[in-house]
Design a protein around this ligand. Structure first.
Ligand SMILES: [Zn+2]
Length: 317
């Protein structure tokens, strides 16, 4: 399809291998993970040296597992590894060369494509000249490839939201996580012609095995700054208020173009919310940027080996 190349799209590798070792980055355990590992080693050493301490050893290991689980159930946590909860600050060069670089927002739209809702979302985005990031499910992309092509052709970005969006994702082991993410990576790359660079976990839930897999696949985890719970909330005004109250530069917003709740008239809530959000942002002189465009505009910090350099883990609200 002809159309504008999405910001940050890498058209020079139209069919890259989704294993893409060239994009992998080195996994460095977060301080939280390193601490949990040290605690396990200490408990094992204590058991060997003084078996009578076993209640303490078992108790501390159990407590650390609880803490790791809790961190995975907190979508905006960076305890298990780097996690975009806001856009990184733009590099000095980007701020001076891109008008409005300090008034950037990101709109992320999950769970599609959907043949009913995605086209209408795309029309609304066109109306306001907004660029969005679509976290797509591999199986849905395979069912509706033309809407993946349309997303890219109309200047937006397609990113990885797993192949099947399984509710068991966050309790999967490293092999299952990798198969699920790699399958979506392959599907979305095949259809869009562009390798996804970001991953969002189903429901934002994950476990300590995820970050090493993302590193191997050259993906960056992204969550959000604010969400409207538009898959559950049927009142568009409540969803809109959740997204706009306290809106600030570099916020990442979350909506859904599939699995949307329906309002009192039976319409998908997202279609009533989106025009209000886009209008309010335009009036406040914000502009919408894709996550990958923000990644490209961020100051370069060498991370691991490969080209996926970004200020991972250094982002603060
Ligand atoms: Zn989802």
């Amino acid at each position: 399809m002809n159309g504008p190349t999405p910001p940050g799209a890498d058209r020079t590798h139209s069919r890259p291998n989704p294993r893409h070792a060239d994009c992998a980055r080195r996994w460095v355990p977060s301080p939280f993970i390193a601490g949990a590992a040290a605690l396990h080693a200490g408990a094992a050493a204590a058991l060997i040296a003084q078996p009578a301490t076993w209640p303490w050893a078992v108790g501390s290991v159990a407590a650390s597992h609880l803490a790791l689980t809790a961190a995975g159930l907190w979508p905006r946590s960076a305890l298990l590894g780097p996690n975009w909860t806001r856009l990184p600050a733009a590099s000095a060069a980007s701020v001076t060369s891109v008008p409005g670089a300090d008034r950037r927002l990101a709109l992320t739209i999950d769970d599609g494509p959907d043949p009913e809702i995605t086209p209408r979302v795309l029309d609304l985005l066109d109306e306001y000249g907004a660029h969005a990031t679509f976290f797509c499910i591999g199986e849905r992309a395979r069912q509706h490839p033309k809407w993946i092509e349309a997303i890219v052709a109309r200047g937006h970005a397609v990113e990885n939201h797993s192949q099947r969006h399984r509710h068991t994702f966050s309790v999967s082991g490293p092999g299952a996580l990798r198969r699920e993410i790699e399958a979506a990576q392959r599907t979305l790359t095949d259809i869009s012609g562009t390798r996804p660079r970001f991953f969002r976990a189903p429901a934002g839930l994950r476990n300590p095995f995820l970050e090493p897999v993302l590193c191997a696949l050259g993906l960056q985890l992204a969550s959000w700054t604010r969400r409207g719970f538009d898959t559950r909330e049927r009142d568009p005004q409540i969803v809109t208020r959740r997204l706009l109250t306290g809106l600030a530069p570099r916020d990442i917003l979350l909506l859904h173009d599939a699995n949307s709740a329906r309002d009192a008239l039976g319409q998908p809530v997202v279609l009533a919310v989106l025009p209000q959000v886009l209008r309010a942002a335009a009036e406040a002189h914000y502009h919408w940027i894709t996550l990958r465009a923000a990644l490209d505009a961020a100051p370069v910090t060498p991370v691991g080996h490969g080209g996926n350099a970004a200020p991972f883990g250094k982002i603060r609200p």
